[in-house]
Design a protein around this ligand. Structure first.
Ligand code: SF4
Length: 446
């Protein structure tokens, strides 16, 4: 809605999708704020609405289209960005009135569209932006994106088509942003990208400079530098390339968190081949064993897809055997769903929906048993817990083995005596009980 009697500088913003999209949103919001635009909560109060969409799976596409529809109905002046923006024709055919469409990672293009339809406010100097930019996460943890795009060609994924080939951000920029976040009080950095372990491969691991010191654009060197910041550093979307072995000693020595988020997706060689995931399961099992020998605290999170085209009962049983054998710590599972434009759509022997459902339930049951045992083994141990929320009943946090939003929580009874503890505090907790996914504990004194 245009308010002709007011300064037209109000933006409504909706961010959908994964942490990579969230970082794109943060960059756009940072730019908007630095130029003096004001972000408003209601579409009806805004002069323009920006929707950062997700286009990864069918349900995400539906959600994004629904969000565009809602913004058009309530406001009428809408700019679409993000992964679904790559499907320009689809959006234009459904919503010809949108003001503009861009793909993901397009701060410059989004700002150009905004300038075209809502010229920059006159006095940008009055709107101060914190040095670390605008963050959509709570004040104690932040996602740090280190690259864009991906050089792999997994058959179920259209991200390389949407976001292009791997482009690593310069090492000094990544480290400077990390320092800004640390200095602003952030306690935990979550390192994200499409393929975190490949960081620097596109620039042949070129040497950059940080604080006058040469540092290679490489995941090991990045982690070593981040490990010196004195805050929690957690790695996500790590493909198990051989050089990942080098990171395990950094985890053992407490430089970065003993946590690896590795999306294995499957364990049957046939399915992995059809997915074009170049993995060798025996090799992976041995490597996980050797990682655990070096760093017994190492926790591995992963995601899997069941019901991929061509997956047989035997393939599925191999997957369950893999789960039982490696006993991963945190696991997510998706039923395969077709994505427009993905090569996997042409693979024969689609798995019927009812079989997918049965396999999904079996998978979850299998992992739940592993989980219960795993969490039970934590009873009596002492863990560092970062506090995410404080309610009248509980302090709710996460151990260093749990990432926000996707892993389990730790509940500590609030006895009213914890005035010194704030959101973002890191406390020592003795684990006293467990549920299916979460832990319960009490704070202990040093
Ligand atoms: S590694 Fe595979 S699944 Fe991940 S972004 Fe690249 S192509 Fe997609």
């Amino acid at each position: 809605m245009n308010n002709d009697n007011k300064i037209n500088n109000k933006i409504g913003f909706l961010s959908l999708g994964c942490p990579k999209a969230l970082v794109d949103s943060e960059n756009i919001l940072t730019q908007l704020k630095s130029e003096g635009y004001i972000i408003v909560d209601k579409y009806t109060d805004a002069d323009i609405v920006v929707i950062n969409t997700c286009g990864f799976i069918e349900s995400a596409i539906e959600e994004s289209l629904g969000a565009i529809h809602e913004a058009l109905t309530e406001n009428g002046r809408v700019i679409v960005t993000g992964c679904l923006g790559v499907k320009t024709e689809l959006i234009k055919s459904k919503y010809p009135n949108v003001l503009g469409i861009t793909g993901p990672h397009a701060t410059y293009e989004v700002m150009s569209l905004i300038h075209k339809h809502l010229p920059k406010p006159h006095d940008p100097y009055t709107d101060l932006v914190p040095p670390q930019g605008i963050k959509l996460t709570p004040k104690h943890y932040a996602y740090l994106k280190i690259s864009e795009g991906c050089n792999n060609s997994c058959t179920f994924c259209i991200i390389p088509d949407m976001r292009g080939k791997l482009v690593s951000y310069p090492i000094h920029e990544v480290l400077e942003q990390a320092v800004k976040l640390r200095d602003a009080g952030y306690k935990e950095l979550l390192i994200v990208s499409q393929d975190t372990a490949a960081y620097g491969a596109d620039v042949k691991y070129r040497t950059g400079f940080f604080n006058g010191k040469p540092v290679k654009t490489k995941i090991y060197d990045l982690c070593e530098e981040l490990g010196a910041l004195g805050i929690w550093v957690r790695l996500h979307y790590v493909y198990p390339y051989p050089h990942i072995d080098d990171l395990i000693p950094l985890m053992r020595d407490g430089k970065i968190l003993p946590y690896l988020d590795i999306p294995f997706q499957h364990a049957s060689p046939n399915v992995l081949k059809a997915m074009k995931r170049p993995a060798n399961v025996t090799n992976i099992i041995q490597r996980i064993q050797s990682w655990r020998e070096i760093c017994p605290d190492l926790h591995i999170r992963s995601t899997f897809i069941v019901g991929f085209p061509g997956e047989t009962e035997e393939d599925f049983e191999l997957l369950l055997d893999f789960l039982r054998s490696v006993k991963l710590d945190n696991v997510g599972c998706f039923k395969y769903s077709q994505v427009d434009g993905a090569k996997a759509n042409n693979i024969a022997n689609k798995v019927p929906e009812d079989i997918k459902e049965i396999r999904y339930n079996k998978f979850m049951q299998c992992q739940q048993e592993i989980n219960r045992e795993r969490l039970k083994n934590k009873i009596g141990t002492i863990c560092e817990v970062i506090v995410d929320d404080i309610t009248r009943k509980y302090l709710i946090g996460r151990t260093k083995f749990d990432a926000p939003d996707i892993d389990g929580l730790t509940y500590i009874k609030n006895n009213g005596k914890y005035e010194n503890i704030m959101v973002g505090s890191i406390v020592k907790v003795e684990i006293t009980d467990n549920g299916d996914y979460d832990l319960y504990g009490k704070i202990i004194n040093d």
